[in-house]
Design a protein around this ligand. Structure first.
Ligand SMILES: [Zn+2]
Length: 716
């Protein structure tokens, strides 16, 4: 699941790259510990199968049909079955002999009286006839617009299936299901599982799709959508992989989704569990995010991208995230929303794993740094909570930056502690042991013990069941006499609200002229001192080599060390140094070092970080350096350069910006060039900007930038 805001956030992070601007934030305004205490739902029966036959009228926004429910009693003497049911009227209930059963319906429930009380283990079947119109949630009828054709699709997450058929709507019960959906001719209907058949009724002008989900899933994963889709066929070995797109997006299907077979291969191998379902469809819907309905992911249409815009709007983040859920969320599923991390932290770690696989080590490190920054933003500005929390007012409360990026980083720490072999063996064992079952956190913790022999209760206790993270105050000094580096480590977090003193392994790297030595140490106390041998004054002392920990750090270093780090450390260290050099504004060596980094660093995010620091420091050479950076190979750097150059408000650069607008390959850079024109305040640009405002572009970026620039030159 990726919610609308998370998607926007995700894209911004991926594109902006820089995750290092951390400003002091006000105290957390939300107290999660005061939210409602929740517990897993108790049930009296085990739902086995739903057969839903539904006719949808997309003009009237109505639906009518019947749902056949098969269940086994978990009680002796079960006299009545209570199902979740909202926003439609049930007109009859009959048992499998066709005999009417007594029933009553309230706003939220349907109670069916069985012909005779069921014994424990006894299976009963009955069929409910019902009809409804345009429900507020659960099933969305959307009129045709410039963005989408007329469409009806289910939006069942997190517990809204019962707004379109009566069922037990909580994830601790898994069912098989069949959807037989009749829609107006001209539409195609996608859904979970295997396509049993398609029949047309020419007289009625309808088409009926019969889908069968033959392996058990939780109800919120049940999905269908009907629209005049174009289905673009692809495959992974013999597995059908299909992209259901709107007619206008046909050419974007392969640029957007073409990585999917490679991802299926990668995840099957990495998780040690073959893709579990009969096919994989990705189906365009008008919503803002993605939802991992089993074997039929509902994907926002906004992800669709053509070849030209692909470098600026990569789709593999959300595509791999939703695909990862086919294992983490669909094969195994959270038993209650307290355990959301088992879906979302693993889904988010999946998108990291693929990003790293596809784009290499530096991009992987940046992806993880962005995830940490997203969590820290939430922790500093909104709230902290334990990742596993039975306090929430609604399931949606749990879909936040604790469940997504923090949990992903916690999984990454676990991997560092276990080592790759034991870590991936554990993931595979967990999936095999609990396949097609609902799970809770203790199931995972026990699997770690069983597979690795390690009791990591201390790890899970502090990272899953307690809130917060360590805030380290680090100092390091070289003792020339004793030839050692003395490092002081203090945990300076606020210890209220249950935030613990953390116990963490961490790697310390000491670099001298003779080479680098990395030493693992354990931090266990509020305040500790460590010593590391160093024959000469270190060029660099690096805390948390490998960037494993969820943490904040304050670690002042001198100019020489930062200049060395800017040139020689890993990407995260180099970005960190670029930001930290702002403290040395008056030093003659600072700006030339940053300028060299902007010109020559091999990784774009470091060039961008150095450029941003340079722009803050100013100086005579700045315009020339920024102009040069507008020719960088990476559009993120070019955009940052145009943004900073624009802030100089130099009218002499009008021609330069016009040229960039006309020639740059990136729509984001071109839009930024228009904004830079606006910042010059040059009123003669009116006609040029008005013309630009009519140019079509992805997400109307050009139009919006041109209109903002127009306002600016008109002094509005
Ligand atoms: Zn997700």
């Amino acid at each position: 699941m990726i919610k609308k805001n998370a998607l926007i956030l995700g894209l911004v992070l991926v594109l902006a790259g820089g995750a290092f601007a951390q400003t002091a934030a006000p105290a957390a305004p939300i107290d999660f510990s005061k939210k409602t205490l929740q517990s897993e739902r108790t049930r009296t029966y085990d739902a086995l199968h739903y057969l839903v036959k539904l006719k949808v009228d997309m003009d009237q926004k109505s639906f009518a049909g019947e749902a056949t429910v098969t269940l086994t009693s978990l009680r002796d003497g079960l006299a009545a079955v209570v199902l979740d049911a909202e926003e439609y009227k049930v007109t009859s209930v009959r048992n499998d002999y066709g005999e009417p059963l007594a029933f009553s319906q309230s706003d939220m429930e349907l109670a069916v009286t069985l012909a005779k009380p069921a014994k424990i283990g006894e299976t009963v079947t009955f069929t409910c006839a019902y009809a409804g119109r345009d429900p507020k949630i659960g099933l969305r009828f959307v009129a045709a617009s410039a963005d989408n054709p007329k469409i009806v699709y289910s939006d069942s997450f997190p517990n809204n299936v019962h707004h379109w058929f009566p069922c037990y709507d909580y994830p601790n019960d898994k069912v098989t299901c069949e959807l037989v959906i009749t829609a107006p001719a001209g539409n195609k209907v996608g859904a979970n599982g295997r396509l049993v058949g398609v029949t047309e009724d020419k007289t009625a002008g309808t088409v009926t799709y019969h889908w069968s989900q033959e392996l058990p899933i939780s109800t919120y994963l049940i999905f269908f959508a009907a629209a005049p889709y174009i289905v673009v066929h692809d495959a992974y070995k013999t597995l059908p992989v299909n992209y259901w797109v709107y007619p206008q997006d046909e050419k974007k299907a392969i640029p957007t989704y073409g990585h999917t077979p490679r991802m299926i291969e990668f995840f099957s191998r990495t998780f040690g569990y073959d893709y579990p379902w009969q096919k994989y469809d990705q189906i365009s819907v008008p919503s803002g995010g993605g939802a991992e309905s089993t074997s039929a992911t509902a994907m926002t249409q906004r992800v669709m991208v053509d070849e030209a815009d692909l470098p600026d709007f990569p789709s593999i983040g959300i595509v791999s995230h939703e695909l990862g859920h086919q294992w983490w969320g669909d094969l195994i599923t959270l038993r209650s929303w307290a355990h959301t991390w088992l879906n979302e932290s693993f889904g988010t770690y999946s998108d990291y794993l693929y990003w790293r696989y596809e784009k290499g080590e530096d991009e992987g490190a940046l992806n993880l740094a962005n995830k940490l920054a997203a969590y820290l933003r939430e922790a500093k500005t909104r709230y902290i909570r334990p990742i596993v929390s039975d306090r929430y007012d609604k399931p949606g409360d749990m879909f936040d930056s604790h469940s997504y990026p923090k949990g992903a980083r916690v999984i990454h720490m676990l991997r560092a502690i276990l080592g790759d072999e034991a870590f991936f063996k554990t993931l595979s064992a967990f999936l095999h042991r609990f396949a097609f079952q609902p799970v809770e956190t203790s199931d995972f913790i026990r699997t770690v013990k069983d597979v690795t022999g390690q009791n990591l209760d201390w790890f899970f206790d502090q990272w899953l069941f307690k809130p917060g993270h360590p805030v380290f105050d680090i100092g390091a000094q070289w003792d020339a006499k004793r030839k050692v580096v003395i490092m002081t480590v203090a945990q300076a977090q606020d210890f209220t609200r249950g935030i613990p003193v953390f116990r963490v392994p961490v790697a310390i790297k000491v670099v001298t002229a003779k080479g680098a030595v990395t030493t693992p140490v354990w931090i266990k106390e509020k305040s500790e001192t460590f010593e590391f041998p160093a024959e000469t004054k270190p060029l660099l002392v690096r805390f948390d080599e490998g960037n494993v920990l969820v943490k904040e750090v304050s670690f002042p270093r001198d100019l020489d060390e930062l200049l060395y780090q800017l040139k020689s450390d890993d990407v995260i260290g180099r970005m960190d140094a670029a930001a930290a050099l702002l403290r040395f504004k008056g030093e003659a060596r600072t700006v030339p070092a940053l300028a060299a980094s902007v010109k020559a660093d091999p990784f774009w995010a470091v060039r961008k970080a150095s450029l941003e620091s340079m722009a803050k420091l100013g100086g005579a050479g700045l315009p020339a350096a920024l102009k040069q950076a507008t020719r960088d190979a990476d559009s993120n750097v070019r955009m940052a350069a145009v943004l900073a150059l624009g802030d100089l408000k130099d009218k002499a650069l009008v021609g330069f910006y016009e040229d960039l607008y006309k020639k740059d390959a990136s729509v984001r850079v071109r839009a930024e060039a228009l904004r830079a024109l606006g910042k010059t305040g040059d009123k003669s640009l009116g006609p040029f900007l008005k013309q630009a405002a009519d140019v079509p572009s992805r997400q109307n970026l050009i139009k919006r930038a041109a209109e903002a620039a127009l306002k600016q030159i008109e002094g509005k």
